[in-house]
Write a protein that binds this ligand. Structure first.
Ligand code: HEC
Ligand code: HEC
Length: 271
């Protein structure tokens, strides 16, 4: 009797396992189908601007682990649904289910493993601090200047190609007018280059930290903060499209450029 009982129970266990396995396969199949549907929609509606693999083009790269304007699934769906006003990223006519499918595919594109830093990691870091003197303007983990954006997590939000262009052609992605900021005002971190001239002729060029109707705060290249009442200035020039960052095209060799990019890609906020 006990033996028979145990034979029954192992049979039962087997049946349960088979059912669970079938359910699992079915669920994975559904997930794969969902993603495939997302990819199809992506190729039709998004690839022309964001590239067939999310590598970017007219629109930014989407193949990064964290999108600056769509850091969560909810925000991502909102960006797809409503677009980004004032930019080429328009609202979409997709159904809610299709939006979820495209969002799932976009998130899948972002599952890129961190790149190995080729060569000698120490050498890459050394270039950043010595020949590049990048810490004069950029901070990593709280160390460095604030004239340019913080780079602690830059590897999460920018692709290697984007970073390379940022080094060789710093003005490539600097807005040439106010349009991108009209709806999404990010004045404190848009690093707009401005030149101020005071009544005594003294002139300062730096990046705008803040601005209101009556005053403007500027950080100069030595990281000093200046605050002006606009009434004190004879000239306030906004250099749309200009970057205080020098081009490193002729500073680094091709190999060194690759090393610095690899170093930047490795910056993912982990200490
Ligand atoms: C006509 C070109 C165009 C098309 C088509 C387009 N986009 Fe965009 N997209 C852009 C541009 C340009 C931006 C950047 C807007 C800005 O922030 O200045 C953008 C931004 C985004 C962002 C925010 C990126 C970030 O770094 O946070 C996401 C996400 C996005 N698009 C997803 C999509 C998806 C998904 C589709 C297809 C349903 C799509 N886009 C179709 C041009 C396009
Ligand atoms: C004189 C100051 C200065 C120096 C030196 C400098 N940068 Fe920059 N950098 C800036 C400013 C300001 C910006 C923002 C405007 C722009 O995109 O050009 C910027 C932008 C960037 C960006 C783009 C960030 C983004 O999210 O779009 C990267 C990457 C970058 N710098 C890396 C570097 C590296 C690496 C070095 C050294 C090889 C360096 N910078 C040297 C001031 C500087």
């Amino acid at each position: 009797m006990p033996q028979k009982y145990s034979r029954y129970s192992s049979l039962l266990l087997l049946v349960v396992l088979v059912i669970l396995l079938a359910k699992y396969i079915q669920r994975e199949g559904k997930k794969a189908e969902y993603l495939a549907q997302g990819e199809r929609l992506y190729q039709i509606h998004c690839a022309s601007c964001h590239g067939p693999k999310g590598e970017g083009g007219r629109g930014p790269t989407l193949a990064v682990p964290r999108l600056s304007r769509a850091s969560t699934k909810k925000l991502l769906k909102r960006v797809i649904r409503s677009g980004i006003p004032g930019t080429e990223m328009g609202r979409s006519s997709l159904s809610e289910e299709q939006i979820s499918q495209v969002a799932a595919w976009v998130q899948d594109l972002g599952q890129v493993p961190p790149r190995e830093v080729p060569g000698n990691a120490e050498r890459c870091e050394h270039l950043y601090f010595t020949k590049g003197n990048c810490d004069q303007c950029h901070a990593i983990n709280g160390y460095g200047g604030a004239l340019g954006p913080d780079l602690t997590e830059i590897g999460l939000s920018r692709s290697a190609d984007y970073l390379r262009t940022a080094l060789t052609d710093p003005e490539a992605d600097v807005p040439t007018n106010t349009l991108p900021f009209r709806f999404d005002v990010r004045i404190p971190n848009n690093f707009l280059q401005v030149t101020t001239v005071m009544k005594n002729g003294q002139s300062i060029t730096g990046v705008r930290i803040n601005e209101d109707t009556y005053s403007i705060q500027v950080r100069d290249s030595s990281d000093r903060l200046h605050s002006f009442f606009k009434s004190e200035l004879v000239e306030l020039h906004k250099d749309w499209g200009k970057s205080p960052m020098p081009s490193y095209r002729n500073v680094f060799s091709e190999e060194e450029l690759g090393d610095v990019v690899a170093f930047l890609v490795s910056l993912r906020g982990e200490r």
